[in-house]
Write a protein that binds this ligand. Sequence first.
Ligand SMILES: C[S@@+](CC[C@H](N)C(=O)[O-])C[C@H]1O[C@@H](n2cnc3c(N)ncnc32)[C@H](O)[C@@H]1O
Length: 207
Amino acid sequence: MSTQTGELAIAVISNEGRRVDPPAIPAGMKVLDVGCGAGPTLIAHCGDRYSFGIDIDWNVLAAGKALTEKIGFTCGRAETLPFRDCTFDFVIARVSLPYTNIPKSLSEIRRVLKPQAQLWAVLERPSLPFHLGLYRRPRFYVLLPYIFFNTALFHLFSISVPFVDGKYRGYQTVAGLKRALRKTGFEEIKVVRSIHLITMARRSDTG
Ligand SMILES: C[S@@+](CC[C@H](N)C(=O)[O-])C[C@H]1O[C@@H](n2cnc3c(N)ncnc32)[C@H](O)[C@@H]1O
């Protein structure tokens, strides 16, 4: 099964256990998906409008472009979003923020959201490697000291640091996530624990 087929399967097959859905997004809302991959979330939930997706990986964007013309795909980083202030009514970030500098990405997401607009994001709990069996892979132990350090930094101080390859990995706690969202200018923060951490937060009016 190809990558995009796998992602799409998670997005559109109703009994796929790993699927995590955003809430219904009212028609007319302008939506951005940060770390969109091939666009499975937008394809499944925003097919009634033209929406926007950004990802760092050209290959997944090319796969998405082959699937739909209703998404404006952009190659770029969550930490430096190439959109004007107050552009979007709703931002999705499904399992992408853990691979970025989270405080910088949240700050950029806040900037491009309109006041009172909402972020829906899925993050990764420290228990996830056990659910997914990642601990069976030798590479997990190579990265473990860094992952532990980056997870603790985010939990305690809302800081993300990259590994030596410049990439970010780590897990998020409810307390760390809420603190980072508050510091960045979000309010009405709700976090639900499942295998993942699912959060909804509203951009504050001020700042
Ligand atoms: C686990 S995949 C999730 C893809 C999609 N959101 C979904 O739910 O199927 C994580 C995605 O984040 C993207 N990504 C990683 N670092 C990024 C960054 N700094 N800025 C934007 N996208 C990034 C990856 O290329 C990848 O497509």
